[in-house]
Ligand binder design. Structure first.
Ligand code: AMP
Length: 334
């Protein structure tokens, strides 16, 4: 057993993260809200369970050189840019998370990497199908589609009269060309030890109600789509698409080194839609994504790469272990 503790907050992909750390013989700790601790008692992945009144309590916890924190989506949703002030050393580049959570910066990294993103539209210039996203909408809830400026105004007015959006939301709404493609979320890992980008698995999100609309004729009963993520499904890509998918991962990592040195470290993801002509990216994420939890036993890609069952969490723990062996751990922590 290793003396080092791998910790995270209890939600999102914590079961996978802690299980992967245990597989690599680390001690594990979970910080969870009071009503969540039973989950981590029922699944024995944490050597220690610390309950918090609020995620903000994390900011009060002193740094411990024997502990490494693994960030995930809930941390970003709960703390936003306050995550900068967490004292516990984190695996990965915190700066990447600050770029992830800011829509303009998120898009800038993708564009700098030369990756095609949806065109941004102005509200009085909508002449094609568009999707409207409000700031902070997590997991795609609260988005709407429209195909003209009049329809945009009508829908905004409806939301205002229902008190669902504020002036701030309207001012900061992002309006994008609607990309009619199937979604694909490749799970990348940048290894500083091997100096390479690995693609360990792919998922697609299962979103309600948009993924239910194909079960209904829109002619008989038009339904307003929503994009709330409720789960993830495994996916493999047609093999001829893989070179492009790998190249996208390489380009993003390369561009990140110029925008926030030393760039992306460890897990990251590009949220893609694939049309019959091209790959378009909605967003990148700079940390483990929830869809990786499909592959606690490894994915077809991670099995082929490592010839063992390699989850994203186990890969993180393996990298930490190798970095410790080479006395290079500090390079991968922020
Ligand atoms: P996001 O919050 O950007 O990750 O988007 C959540 C979901 O909304 C995605 O998984 C897509 O299903 C959908 N979505 C976001 N942007 C677009 C777009 N430009 N065109 C079509 N669908 C989109």
């Amino acid at each position: 057993m290793n003396n080092l503790i791998i910790s995270t907050i209890g939600s999102h992909s914590a079961l996978q993260i802690l299980f992967g750390a245990k597989q690599e013989n680390f001690n594990t700790k979970v910080y969870c809200l009071k009503d969540r601790d039973s989950l981590y008692r029922r699944y024995p992945v944490a050597n220690e369970i610390v309950t918090l009144d609020s995620y903000e309590d994390l900011l009060e916890i002193a740094a411990d050189s024997q502990e490494i924190f693994i960030p995930h989506g809930t941390l970003i949703a709960a703390l936003g840019d306050k995550l900068r002030d967490i004292s516990i050393p984190m695996f990965g580049n915190r700066e990447g998370m600050l770029w992830e959570m800011n829509r303009a910066k998120n898009q800038k990294l993708l564009e700098t990497a030369g990756i095609r993103v949806p065109r941004t539209l102005k509200s009085d210039d909508i002449t094609e199908l568009a999707i409207v996203k409000f700031p902070g909408a997590m997991g795609g809830s609260g988005y709407f589609v429209c195909s003209s400026s009049d329809e945009f105004d009508t829908k905004i007015n409806d939301l205002v009269s229902q008190n669902k959006i504020s002036d701030y939301d309207i001012k900061n709404a992002q309006i994008q060309e609607y990309v009619t493609g199937v979604t694909m979320y490749p799970h990348y890992f940048y290894s500083g030890i091997y100096e390479r980008v690995e693609m360990l698995g792919i998922d697609r999100r299962y979103e309600t109600n948009v993924d239910a609309l194909g079960r209904l004729s829109q002619n008989d009963h038009p339904v307003e789509p929503s994009y709330k993520v409720v789960g993830n499904q495994p996916l493999i890509a047609r093999e001829s698409l893989l070179p492009q998918i790998l190249e996208h991962g390489d380009k993003l990592r390369e561009a990140s080194t110029n925008l926030f040195a030393p760039g992306l470290i460890g897990p990251y993801c590009i949220e893609m839609a694939i049309t019959s002509e091209e790959i378009v990216a909605f967003e990148f994420t700079s940390r483990i994504v929830a869809g990786t939890s499909l592959y606690v036993n490894g994915s077809p890609y991670s099995k082929i790469l490592f010839n063992e069952e390699m989850s994203m969490a186990k890969r993180i723990a393996r990298e930490i272990k190798m970095a410790m062996g080479q006395r290079r751990l500090q390079e991968f922590l922020t």
